[in-house]
Design a protein around this ligand. Structure first.
Ligand SMILES: Cc1cc2nc3c(=O)[nH]c(=O)nc-3n(C[C@H](O)[C@H](O)[C@H](O)COP(=O)(O)OP(=O)(O)OC[C@H]3O[C@@H](n4cnc5c(N)ncnc54)[C@H](O)[C@@H]3O)c2cc1C
Ligand SMILES: NC(=O)c1ccc[n+]([C@@H]2O[C@H](COP(=O)([O-])OP(=O)(O)OC[C@H]3O[C@@H](n4cnc5c(N)ncnc54)[C@H](OP(=O)(O)O)[C@@H]3O)[C@@H](O)[C@H]2O)c1
Length: 295
């Protein structure tokens, strides 16, 4: 397999990060435990941004996994500095020399009220222990894979959609992304566009690999070409008609789900009704689920 150099891929996939603040080549900072240096930041809406950080040379992860990242904060009782950490899906693929994250901004959120202000050259903490269920290892072989995302639940799929294994393992790759507003689809749309244009990925995976990739964005509260929750569009059969594909069956379909809790539970029930069973790293089956945030 050809070696993918980040310097090459960044010129293509990294087109995602145009209009960003770009730092000069950075050295890993050591002022904090497990510190990494921010290299790029891009704000997509007033409540969504993505950023890239240096990657520890020793960090190995499987596309789709998450890590704990955060900032130092002062403990009110002791006055001591301690880490404030939250789970974040790694949005970049395993072969990338940096790490990318895609984040919400919760104005009164303990972490993101501060994280929203990071800029190239700043440090953040990253615990180098990747875990998660949205990994190829947790699924049995199949022919078609569905990635179902709402909101920032797109993040793990931003990694998996750039992983050659996704296209080697499946004949069809379908990503659905449901958000309230049109602007909230921008990060995902830009990523899909960059994948379709990326010559290095094409060289790595095979000519025309992106023809396997189908993208199905929907909005629920702002007018767009396709309105509605993905669950409702599946129930009515509209998504299958729109894509011109057969409904989901356990023999050939595999699925990964990442969104809010209510969405995860609803789509889980639907996948079970189609005959798919929930898998895990230790017990691969036909679908896997992970929360995009805790409630
Ligand atoms: C396995 C896992 C992976 C995660 N991956 C990501 C990721 O890749 N990107 C990301 O932005 N967040 C992700 N999160 C959520 C993240 O851990 C934090 O909750 C988020 O960064 C907000 O942190 P906070 O301290 O500002 O607010 P918190 O106190 O953590 O959350 C405050 C409230 O904000 C809302 N909220 C939190 N996160 C989100 C979100 N992502 N989308 C919409 N509403 C939210 C919830 O209602 C929550 O109760 C993930 C969570 C889990 C469990
Ligand atoms: N998005 C915003 O503009 C915005 C602004 C300020 C604050 N917030 C707050 O931030 C939090 C998260 O908002 P979010 O928009 O990022 O995420 P979200 O509430 O999880 O919604 C993301 C998408 O998932 C859909 N969805 C929700 N439940 C579903 C289900 N059971 N089945 C299928 N689809 C489902 C939503 O559709 P529906 O629209 O039909 O619910 C929406 O399109 C919420 O507490 C919200 O009040 C959001």
């Amino acid at each position: 397999m050809a070696t993918v150099r980040a310097s090459q891929t960044r010129s293509n996939l990294g087109a995602l990060m145009t209009d960003t603040n770009v730092a000069p080549p950075s050295k890993p900072a050591k002022a904090m435990p497990d510190a990494q240096t921010v290299t790029e930041v891009k704000h997509w809406t007033d409540r969504l941004f993505s950023f890239r950080v240096t990657r520890p040379a020793s960090l190995r992860f499987r596309s789709g996994e998450f890590v704990m990242i955060g900032l130092m904060q002062t403990d009110e009782k002791t006055g001591r500095e301690k880490p404030l950490l939250r789970a974040y899906s790694i949005a970049s693929p395993a072969w990338d020399e940096e790490l990318e994250f895609y984040s919400i901004i919760v104005q009164d959120g303990p972490l993101t009220s501060r994280l929203q202000h990071i800029k190239p050259g700043d440090d953040l903490i990253m615990r180098p222990k990747p875990v998660g269920t949205l990994v190829h290892d947790a699924l049995l072989p199949g022919k078609r894979i569905w990635f179902f995302a709402t909101g920032t639940g797109f993040a793990p799929f931003a990694s998996l959609l750039r992983d050659p294994q996704t296209y080697h393992d499946y004949d069809e790759v379908i990503i659905t992304h449901t958000c309230r507003e049109v602007g909230e689809l921008d990060y995902g749309r830009a990523l899909i566009d960059s994948i379709r244009k990326d010559e290095v990925l094409e060289e790595l995976i095979g000519e025309g690999f992106h023809e396997k990739l189908r993208y199905y964005p929907t909005t629920t509260r702002e007018e767009s070409p396709k309105m509605g929750r993905i669950t409702d569009l599946m129930r009515s059969g509209e998504v299958f008609r729109d894509l011109g594909v057969d409904p989901i069956v356990p023999e050939t379909d595999r699925a990964m789900v990442c969104g809010n809790l209510a969405f995860n539970l609803e789509i889980k029930d639907m996948l079970e009704e189609y005959g798919l069973r929930e898998g895990a790293n230790s017990d691969p089956k036909e679908y896997v689920v992970e929360k995009a945030f805790l409630d």
